[in-house]
Design a protein around this ligand. Structure first.
Ligand SMILES: Cc1cc2nc3c(=O)[nH]c(=O)nc-3n(C[C@H](O)[C@H](O)[C@H](O)COP(=O)(O)OP(=O)(O)OC[C@H]3O[C@@H](n4cnc5c(N)ncnc54)[C@H](O)[C@@H]3O)c2cc1C
Length: 231
């Protein structure tokens, strides 16, 4: 199954909500008039002030819910390390795993012999999984034999501040290819929905010096370049 990332839900008018929170911080505006005169120009001005000052807490008022499938447990294990988020993941205790659902890494795919070994081993693991279930082993125990690359599905909700942090880490060329692919699609959907909030998103090299211990030596020049990169 191919990787699918959908934006399932998001805060209504997310940029306006963030700008209204900023307006409350920086003016004496009453809550009744918070949204008055908050046009595109003012929204952008508030967001710029927040980003320039590193005052990112108002970004927490806008949240984004993504539904992801065709992704491996390798990638979701990395995803769920991000703690300022909510997750719901398909259970391997209650749901019987389907056959041929191991994500094949591109480096394996392009090597015919490695690809054969990979697929045969995954198929044998699945046969063992099925056999154990047929012998009465509970799914929660039979699943131990499945490879780490088995497909899963997950719903994740992050606020815009956490998304900026997540994109900064997971869109770096040093991050692992599959979590990068997930992050790239999440960012594309975020930009499509609330571009103003994600103007300064992506790895640190887009905006300044690299913070990696072992830099890749190929800094990104723009968010558009980050979105177009599938290496
Ligand atoms: C390229 C790369 C390689 C990695 N390699 C490894 C590895 O080898 N081994 C490994 O275990 N992990 C590894 N990780 C995962 C990494 O250590 C983090 O667990 C993961 O990126 C989550 O990020 P985070 O902790 O910054 O932030 P999140 O959980 O997304 O939280 C956001 C921010 O909130 C704050 N915060 C959250 N919780 C706390 C807390 N309890 N106390 C204080 N502040 C908090 C921090 O400022 C944090 O940066 C790697 C990540 C990347 C991107």
């Amino acid at each position: 199954m191919p990787l699918v990332v959908k934006l399932a839900a998001h805060t209504t008018e997310p940029a306006r909500v963030v700008a209204a929170a900023a307006k409350l911080c920086y003016s004496a505006a009453s809550v009744n008039t918070l949204y008055e005169d908050l046009d595109e120009t003012k929204i952008r001005a508030f967001l710029k002030t927040l980003l320039d000052a590193g005052h990112l807490s108002p970004f927490e008022h806008a949240s984004f819910t993504y539904a992801i499938e065709g992704v491996s447990r390798v990638a979701t294990h990395q995803l769920v390390r991000h703690r300022i988020a909510s997750y719901s993941q398909r259970s391997q205790r209650y749901v019987t795993m389907g056959e041929s659902l191991c994500v094949v890494p591109p480096e394996v795919e392009k090597n015919p012999e490695a690809s054969r070994v990979f697929r045969e081993t995954a198929a044998r693991a699945y046969d063992a999984y099925e056999e154990m279930i047929s012998r009465g082993v509970p799914k929660e125990d039979a699943r131990f034999i499945l490879p780490h690359g088995w497909e899963t599905a997950i719903v994740v909700t992050m606020n815009a501040r956490e998304l900026l942090h997540f994109f900064g880490l997971r869109l770096c060329r040093r991050a692992q290819w599959e979590i990068r692919a997930v992050a790239r699609r999440m960012l594309a959907l975020a930009v499509e929905t609330a571009g103003e909030l994600f103007e300064k998103s992506g790895p640190p090299c887009v905006y300044g010096p690299c913070r990696e211990l072992h830099p890749c030596g190929r800094p990104f020049g723009s968010v558009a370049e980050v979105l177009g990169d599938d290496s």
